[in-house]
Structure formats: C-alpha cells, structure tokens
Ligand binder design. Structure first.
Ligand SMILES: [Zn+2]
Length: 316
C-alpha cells in the first residue's frame, strides 16, 4: 500500500461558513446567495449520481500528484478507488473529484471525472464516472461514460477526491451569478476561506452546475509528451483548451491552505449531457454566467503517495 498521511482539518459550522462565503463571493460576483439547505437528491437530473447526497464522514484525499505526469510521465503510478476508500478509512466511500485515467486501462491519457461508490462488504462498486479525451478523428473533446467501456475503478498519476458516505444531509448551497472579479468560482471560495482561517486548513468538496454561459476547460492529449514539459507555458502548449457550454456539472475539491504536504489546493473536473467535459479553468462569459453549488466541509485530509521530488509546474 502507498504511504498515507492523515490530517484533521478545521471544521467551521455550516452557519459560520454561510456568512464567510456570502461576504467573500460578493467581492467577485454581482448576485450571491449562500444558505444551509438539505442536499438535493443527486440521483436526479442533472447530476444522476449513484447516491442521493454528499454527506456522512466527509473527507478529502490528494493522491499522487502532477510530478508523476510532468516533466515526464511515470506510467507505473496507478491507483484504485476501492483501495483509496480503505486508505481513508471509509470502505464503500462515494467519491467525487478530478483525476487522470489509468493509461494501462484506457490505452492512453485522458481526464477522469470520478463519480464512484466504492465496493463495500455488502455491494460491488458503482462507477458513474466520465472520461474526457481528445477525439482522434477531429481533435475535439470526446466525453464518454466510463462504464460503457471499462469495468474497473482504476485511475492514474493523480486525483483530488472528495469522499463521503453519499448520504442526504445538510449542505451549503451557493448561488453566484454574473462575475465581476477575476477569480473563478472555486478560487474565490478557496481564497475567501484562506483569508478568514489563515493557517488553519479548511477543505470542501461537492458539486456545482454552471447553469448559464460558457467556460474554459482543458483535456489532456492521448499521448504523453515525449519531451520533458518543464514550464507552465510548455504544459499549456501541450494541453488542448476548449470553450464548453452550460449546463456543465462540476466536481470541485479544495483546501484553503497547504499544511505542508504538497497539496493541489483546488482541482475541478466537470461533465455534461451534451458530450463536453474535462478540467475547469474559468467561465468565459462573466456577464451571463450562473453558478449553483452544494458543498460540505471535510473533516479529514489524507495525502496518499506524495511525490518525493516535486515542483510547482502545471498546478492551474
Ligand atoms: Zn485536472
């Protein structure tokens, strides 16, 4: 098993977070409405997740890292969500987040949008994930249901995961329309938490929908770079960028500040029901964009298989 490091996160009450996020998001969006609500039934449209909610023993896992992808890929870095569930002491966990596919399964590189209920004593795993890859026919984005081709719960290189028991419960609802500042939706939330809580790390995960507008996403090429990618400019030249249109259903994982374990502080992948998906950067239509999200603060952070040799390239 990989090396696992466990940390207790700072856990503000949902009511306190409502006030903090309402004030912070107002700096970046024209209309903001934050409240505590019962989690909507996530088995319904537009989510269609295998579980009803994102509550119950909420935790965050940061597995592997960008140093296993850059400057050159380490293809032996392969993980399994059923194993990660045990490593974070939550067998049967429901995972949402952002990662890369296992290239030995998929036969190339691709974005993974993990939506998985891991196996438990009683029941087999339910894999509702999507993968987004470059279409070899036309160079466009090809979004596929993972279970339409593959039967496993593997991923490769890196993943940022929000895990829970997948239960209904109280969550923070965030509605933010019309962007007036420079921050993307998740950076704004994370930086607000960092400003408020300083070196006490607060972690959150969940799901949000870009209901109106368009957004900049990237999809990694199917072939890993054969020449070392050493700068952000070289990485951006290798990645394929797209402007994707709403509705986009996105799974964010964020931690306000790094307790010193080489975290990726924010990472969001999203899918749609119209064939687009990948890695979220920011909306490109600030005047018309509408975000609706549901979040839960995590209780624990697990750092799994942290790279020994690290760098800060390619963390956007
Ligand atoms: Zn990504």
């Amino acid at each position: 098993m990989a090396k696992v490091e466990k940390f207790a996160l700072h856990i503000p009450t949902l009511e306190e977070l409502v006030g903090v996020l309402q004030n912070g998001l107002k700096e970046n969006f024209a209309d903001v409405e934050v409240s505590v609500v019962d989690c909507p039934d996530l088995t319904q449209e537009p989510f269609k997740f295998p579980v009803k909610g994102i509550c119950g023993n909420p935790r965050i896992a940061d597995v592997g890292g960008v140093p296993y992808l850059l400057p050159l890929v380490q293809k032996d870095k392969v993980y399994d969500l059923n194993t990660v569930a045990k490593e974070i002491q939550l067998p049967g966990a429901f995972f949402l987040g952002a990662g890369a596919v296992s290239s030995r399964v998929v036969g190339g590189n691709a974005e993974l949008i993990p939506i998985v209920q891991a196996q438990s004593g009683k029941s087999p795993a339910v894999n509702g994930s999507y993968l987004a890859r470059i279409n070899p026919e036309d160079g466009g984005c090809l979004l596929e249901k993972y279970s339409s081709k593959y039967k496993d719960c593997e991923f490769g290189l890196l993943a940022n995961l929000y895990a829970s028991e997948g239960l209904p419960g109280k969550v923070i609802k965030v509605k933010a329309n019309r962007r007036t500042g420079d921050q993307n939706f998740i950076s704004c939330i994370r930086k607000t938490l960092e400003k408020c809580y300083g070196d006490k790390p607060v972690g959150m995960g969940g799901t949000f929908v870009i209901q109106k507008g368009k957004a900049k996403f990237h999809v990694m090429p199917s072939e890993f770079s054969e020449c070392p990618l050493k700068t952000d400019a070289e990485v951006n030249n290798w990645l394929k960028f797209f402007e994707m249109k709403a509705p986009l259903i996105c799974q964010p994982v964020l931690v306000s500040t790094d307790p010193g374990v080489d975290l990726r502080l924010e990472h969001t992948h999203g899918f749609s029901h119209h064939g687009e998906g990948g890695h979220y950067h920011e909306d490109t239509t600030p005047e018309t964009v509408e975000y609706l999200g549901y979040f839960v603060p995590a209780e624990f952070l697990f750092r799994i298989d942290r790279p020994k040799h690290t760098h800060l390239v390619g963390r956007d």
